[in-house]
Design a binder for this molecule. Structure first.
Ligand code: DGY
Length: 323
């Protein structure tokens, strides 16, 4: 007898508590090996399913979406970003797409502060000195870095995460500047300096922190031309998406001394990052850990399931995304 529960393809291993809830409410095919599915595997396993629960590691291009079986009625992403899904193609097939906003704001903002501090304070070189046993002794002029207090933090994209970063950075004495498509109201802006263009923001940023979504408009927004607008010795950190940055231009800027340091949590073509990043001693690098806490990953999973629950109960999912 066919299962009365909605049939779900879950492309990656999820936290245990999330999988437990999944098992109670869905007829789910999970992925205990956690190996990323190829597009062909994803399409084949989607056969006979009602829904997909996917992650940023799955690329749902227009071509893949066109090949999904007719049984697929909804796609829930375990992420706030949805640049890995061609939402226009899904909409054209009448397949709604959902994401998981809000619940990863704090964890991601925390990682942005870690990158800002790690880059500004030369943490990568310091850690290398310990691990490689090259630390000789404490020296008044050894491994000098720079304070963040009093520095201008330029926030590119002042949405939920950008605002949470501003909140934390104020406590460190940073002066907040930002660029956003829409200026925030005064109560939300809290005295932050608004720049009507990204170019103006770059020119006013001792530290640039990227928090915009990856869209055709923001792809490679951080490039040779815009990096040249930054003050000499600026710092660039990215917790948003790798393709907002032109890797070549960023590497040239740090090698030339234009940038003092960089802090990256996200990369173009993850996990196959540009290998030159590994050779830069003033690059503080993390492997896309923005939302990687147990609490946050549980909350993301529950939020994705809330959206699926809504859909299968005939309600509009709370986190419907639109192209
Ligand atoms: C997201 O949800 O888009 C994040 O990048 C995952 O950490």
């Amino acid at each position: 007898m066919p299962s009365p529960l909605p049939r779900l393809l879950v492309t990656r291993k999820l936290p245990a508590d999330v999988e437990a809830r999944l098992d109670r409410n869905y007829d789910a095919e999970t992925n205990p090996t956690d190996v990323v599915l190829t597009a062909d595997e994803l399409v084949a396993r989607a056969e006979g399913k009602d829904a997909l629960l996917v992650t940023p590691a799955d690329r749902l291009t227009a071509g893949t979406i066109a090949r999904l079986p007719a049984s697929i009625r909804v796609i829930a992403s375990f992420s706030v970003g949805y640049d890995h899904i061609d939402v226009t193609a899904a909409e054209a097939r009448g397949i709604p797409v959902t994401n998981t906003p809000d619940v990863l704001t704090d964890a991601t903002a925390d990682i942005a502060l870690l990158l800002i501090l790690g880059a500004a304070r030369g943490a990568a070189a310091g850690m290398a000195a310990i691990r490689e046993n090259t630390w000789k002794n404490w020296a008044p002029t050894g491994m000098l870095s720079t304070d963040i207090r009093g520095k201008r933090l330029g926030i590119l994209g002042m949405g939920r995460i950008g605002q949470a970063v501003a909140h934390r950075a104020r406590a460190f004495g940073m002066v907040i500047h930002y660029h956003n498509r829409k200026r925030l109201d005064a109560a939300t802006e809290l005295g932050a300096h608004f720049h009507a263009t990204a170019d103006e923001l770059f020119a006013a940023s001792d530290v640039l922190s990227i928090h915009c979504a990856s869209t055709p408009e923001t792809r490679r927004l951080v490039n040779a031309r815009t990096l040249a607008l930054l003050p000499q010795g600026a710092i660039v950190v990215n917790t948003a998406r790798g393709d907002i940055v032109d890797d070549e231009a960023l590497i040239v800027a740090i090698k030339s001394g234009k940038l003092r340091a960089i802090g990256l949590d996200v990369y173009a073509n993850e996990p196959n990052i540009d290998p030159r990043y590994r050779t830069l001693e003033n690059a503080f690098l993390l492997p896309h850990l923005g939302s990687a806490t147990i609490e946050t990953r549980n909350a993301m999973g529950f939020r994705a399931l809330d959206n699926l629950d809504d859909f299968f109960a005939g309600r509009e999912p709370r986190d419907l995304v639109r192209s």
